[in-house]
Ligand binder design. Structure first.
Ligand code: GAR
Length: 197
């Protein structure tokens, strides 16, 4: 991105508290930021991150997946309608806890990022911290990657490791990894958006 480029229009998809989302929104307010957050979407109307986003002045919309039942395609079509209405250029998944269909992944190929709380390719899927502890690992961490059809399998853009210390539980480790996530994701998304132009 050169000096006269407009910031890249980013949407963030969440399912929960949205602490990574908040870190991304905060980075976007830095003068000269490579991206702006134009939309926050959640599949859960109760997601705490929706209110956080609104308090930060960002449009936040819930597209509840439950009325769609098993029809994932219809739910994703509704998400896509919201994304297009805001001229979104890049999608950042931040604690979005639903597996996407190949259709939506394909629609955003090369323009959708995810944060995952492990040092991929270790521990794709759920319960990453408990699995790292059970394996006796010396370190854990987080990964930013491009989203592809295979869950947590896309090309890795950035990683950050944290130590596992004696006495750690899944909860204490999750908290340490989350702090690393809050530093890693804004930088990785910024670098990614810079690279687009
Ligand atoms: C984060 O730890 C993120 O890495 C993880 O959910 C948490 C969301 O926290 N994502 C996944 O597990 C995706 N499979 P947040 O809502 O406070 O950002």
């Amino acid at each position: 991105m050169n000096a006269v480029s407009q910031p890249v229009r980013v949407a963030i998809l969440i399912s929960g508290g949205g602490s990574n989302m908040a870190a991304l929104i905060d980075r976007a307010t830095v003068p000269g930021a490579a991206f702006e957050v134009v939309l926050v979407l959640s599949n859960d109307p109760e997601a705490g991150g929706l209110a956080v986003a609104k308090a930060k002045g960002v449009t936040a919309v819930a597209v509840d997946h439950r009325p769609f039942g098993k029809d994932r395609a219809a739910h994703e079509a509704a998400l896509q309608t919201e994304l297009e209405a805001k001229d979104v250029q890049v999608v950042a998944l931040a604690g979005y806890m639903r597996v996407l269909t190949p259709w939506l992944v394909g629609r955003w190929e090369g323009r959708m990022l995810n944060i995952h709380p492990s040092l991929l390719p270790k521990y794709p899927g759920l319960d990453t911290h408990a699995r790292a502890l059970a394996a006796g690992d010396a370190e854990a961490g987080c990964t930013i990657h491009l989203v592809t059809e295979g869950v947590d399998e896309g090309p890795i853009l950035a990683q950050r490791a944290v130590p596992i210390v004696p006495g750690d539980t899944a909860a204490t480790l999750a908290q340490r990894v989350l702090q690393a996530e809050h530093a890693l994701y804004p930088q990785a998304l910024s670098d990614f958006c810079q690279s687009l132009v």
